[in-house]
Design a protein around this ligand. Sequence first.
Ligand SMILES: O=C(O)CCC(=O)C(=O)O
Ligand SMILES: [Fe+2]
Length: 379
Amino acid sequence: MAKFCHMIPKIPSSGSSLSMEKHKEEPVNFGRSLIVPSVQELAKQSITKIPPRYVQHHHHPASDDAPTASMPVIDLHCLFAEPCGSLAYSFELNKLHTASKEWGFFQVINHGISESLLEDFKREIMNFFKLPMEEKLKLWQEEDNHEGFGQLFVVSEEQKLDWSDMFYITTLPHNLRKSQLFQKLPIILREKLEAYSMEMKRLAVAILGQMAKALGMDTEEMSELFQDGVQSVRMNYYPPCPQPEVALGFSPHSDADALTILYQLNETAGLQIRKDGKWVTIKPRADALIVNIGDILEIVSNGVYKSVEHRAIVNSNNERMSVATFYSPNMGTELGPARSLVAEHHVAHFRRVPIDEYFKEFFARKLDGKSYLDFMKLE
Ligand SMILES: O=C(O)CCC(=O)C(=O)O
Ligand SMILES: [Fe+2]
C-alpha cells in the first residue's frame, strides 16, 4: 500500500462555537499519487500503438458499437417548485427514489444552473487544457499531494494507466483549499470555478434533501451531515486514442463521495455504467447534468441507494471532456448509516468511521470497482 501523509487537519464543524484557542493553519493533505506523464502530450505525437502501460488487456467495443441506455431523467422543477404532496411532486420524488435505488445514476433537467455559467466554465476548462506544457507544469501534482494536473490513485510503477489527464482540486470548505494552487489558476477560470462550486453545493444539498424525504430519513440529520460538506472538482480530459479498444479513459470505479454531479463538456459519448452486469454507454443530453450516488450515500442510506460502477472509454477521433463535482459530508463527522434509518430497521449494514479516515484509506488504494465499499460492509 502507498505511504500516506497523515496531515489531515481536525476541522471544527461550522455549528461549533468559536473557541478562544487560535486554530493553527495546518497543511491539508488527503492523499498522493505517483507522478505520471501527460497523456494529452503523448497523444499529440502521431503514434499508432499506445505504450504498454496504457494497454488494459481487455477488449471493449468503441463507443459507437456499445449498447446505449437512457438513464432516468428527473425534472428538478417538479421537486423544488411544486408543492410537497402534490401529484406532480410525489411522482417525481418516486422517480428520484427508484433511480437512486435501481440505477445509482440519473440525469437532471431544469436544474437552475444558468446557461451562461455553464458555457463560461466550459470555455475556461477547454482553454485550461490547451495551456502550454510549461504553464501546466506549474500546476502539476507534487510528490506528496495529488491536487493539480495528473492522474489519481496511481500507487505503483507497474500499475496500468488511464488514457486521460485530469485536474483535481478541493474547493470547499474554504479552509481545506490549497490556496497556492488556487492562486495559480487563470483568473477567469478561478472566478467561474468559484461560482460553479457554489452552485454545485446548492444543487447537491437540495437533491440530498429530497432524497432524505424519499428515504424516510430525518431531513435534519441529512442537512446537518452536509451543511458544510467537503467538495472537490475533477476536470477530465480524454484525448483521441490510436487503440481505443485496448485502452480506458477512466478505469471502472464507484465514486467515494456522497453525490457526484457530472457535466459533460462536449457531445462525445464515453461514460459507461455497469447495468445488470453489462457496460452500457450513456448518451450525453445537452440540457441535463448527470448525478450519481457515491459510496458515502450508499452507506448513509444503509444500502438502500446504490453507488454504481462506471468507467470512461475513449475513441480514435474525438477528444472528450467532463467535469465531476464530488460532494461529501462535513469534516469531523462520523460516517455510517443514518441513525434515523437504522433506528427503524435496526440493522446497520456498514461500519462507522470518522470521515477523514475514510478518505485517507480511499486515496491510498488503487481504484478497483466497488471494492472499497466492501471494506466498509458489516457482515
Ligand atoms: O468522464 C466521465 O464521464 C466520468 C468521470 C468520472 O467518473 C469521475 O470523474 O469520477
Ligand atoms: Fe466517477
